[in-house]
Design a protein around this ligand. Structure first.
Ligand code: S3P
Length: 436
């Protein structure tokens, strides 16, 4: 499917972004490991989270839904999982494969995991090696670096481990494996990544403590089922935050957005760029701080970003590149080499596709150098998502300020994280057409 988008004269309205993707995955997995009925509301019905539900069902977990974002998981504890009769398919979802690899490492049965072409190219050694050190037997292509992976788990030993790269997926996989090992597993991060697993495990009664960059979990304690209201995904809201800043006639309100500080780097950077953003806190949802965000047309300036900020906005960098292309002056993004092993090589593809629309973006091994040109400097073009949902949506945001129509090929992938994206654009007054 292709999207054809015209820049609208104005961009106005209120939106509720879809449920947080990371939290939806974790709610389903932790619900499956708890003993009893977990109720999830606001579950993201994107393809990635549906992959997690599909794999859990194949592991014998009884699940109702999703019906209008409501999912009921009838968990029977980690011992209630059953050997899957066939290959588990995580689709495009790194979170599904890596987190469930941690769970399966603790199971005394055989399972095989695969995914789509993009997922089969992504690095798995980062999760395979420490899980092997805990005692799991795992095989995969290139010595376990690439999926398909086969896992024969059980009899895990606790682990003390420092992650070589900041990765919430690897951290979470090891914490989940640690739940099934006797004694204390201690994981140290190089810098703080999203902490949804720690929050949710704490709420479910796990014996888990966070001390700075160290997380300690004591295994073999039963988890309690939860009732979780998933907050709106700031990574989905980010597309409209940037759209509101760069469009010259914009006033948007994004409601019920997760403001967890391990995820809200985009708000800090847009504020530093001169973005007109107002945040109204609205308490908590699902153990996470939430709020409404108002954004209006802004005159942006370039920034330099790197270091510990990067994991706090890693998924927002494609759309941040759009903001930088329209800002006054230069933007430098460094320490973001992880972008090369996401759903696509986002450093290469963001520069290539935004370049087709006239943006001036140079790639670096670990980021970008972007020469901003304020005003309507982008031109509509024929561009491609490379089957990367966040690149597809970043291109759609660029199209909102481009002269002439933009045609985005491979737009189906947007449903991986934001199935209602096109409908939400239309709701704000954007002329958007879907064509085969
Ligand atoms: C995620 C963690 C991040 C992020 C991904 C979702 C998660 O990846 O980019 O979209 O849900 O834990 P890494 O763990 O590779 O940093």
């Amino acid at each position: 499917m292709q999207l054809i988008i015209q820049s609208p004269p104005s961009l106005a309205g209120d939106l509720r972004p879809p449920g947080d993707k990371s939290i939806s995955h974790r709610a389903a997995i932790i619900g499956a490991l708890a003993a009893g009925e977990t109720v999830i509301e606001g579950f993201l019905e994107g393809a990635d989270c549906l992959s997690t539900l599909r794999c859990l069902r194949a592991l014998g977990v009884a699940i109702d839904g999703p019906h209008g974002g409501r999912v009921v998981i009838r968990g029977q504890g980690p011992g209630g999982l059953k050997e899957p009769e066939t290959v588990l398919n995580a689709g495009n979802s790194g979170t599904t494969l890596r987190l469930l690899a941690g769970v399966l490492a603790g199971q005394t049965f055989y399972s095989v995991f695969t995914g789509d072409a993009s997922l089969r190219r992504r690095p798995m050694g980062r999760v395979v090696q420490p899980l092997r050190a805990m005692g799991a037997r795992i095989w995969g292509r290139r010595g376990g670096e690439l999926a398909p992976l086969s896992i024969w788990g059980g009899n895990l030993q606790p682990l003390t481990y420092t992650l070589p790269v900041a990765s919430a997926q690897v951290k979470s996989a090891l914490l989940l494996a640690g739940l099934m090992a006797p004694g204390e597993t201690v994981i140290t991060e190089p810098c703080r990544s999203r902490d949804h697993s720690e929050r949710m495990l704490q709420a479910a009664g796990a014996d888990i403590q966070v001390e700075g960059l160290k997380i300690r979990v004591k295994g073999q304690k039963a988890l309690q089922p939860l009732h979780i209201r998933v907050p709106g995904d700031i990574s989905a809201a980010a597309f409209f935050l940037v759209a509101g800043c760069i469009h010259q006639q914009a006033s948007l309100k994004l409601e019920n957005v997760n403001l967890n500080p391990t995820r809200s780097g985009i708000l800090d950077v847009l504020a530093a760029m001169g973005g007109q953003i107002k945040i109204t806190p609205r308490g908590e949802s699902g153990g996470e701080p939430i709020g409404d965000i108002q954004v209006t047309s802004s005159s942006l300036r370039g920034v330099e970003i790197g270091g510990d900020l990067i994991p706090r906005l890693i998924d927002e960098i494609p759309v941040l590149a759009v903001a930088a292309a329209l800002a006054e002056g230069e933007t430098v993004i460094r320490d973001a080499a992880e972008l090369r092993v996401k759903e696509s090589d986002r450093i290469t593809m963001v520069a290539r596709e935004l370049g087709r629309m006239g943006a001036s973006i140079q790639t670096r091994p670990d980021g970008f150098l972007i020469q901003g040109r304020p005003g309507n400097c982008l031109r509509g073009a024929m561009v491609d998502s490379h089957d990367d949902h966040r690149l597809g949506m970043a291109l759609a945001v660029a199209a909102l300020v481009a002269a002439g129509p933009t045609q985005i090929r491979g737009a189906d992938c947007i449903a991986i994280s934001y199935p209602g994206f096109t409908a939400d654009l239309a709701r704000l007054g954007v002329e958007v057409r879907e064509v085969d």
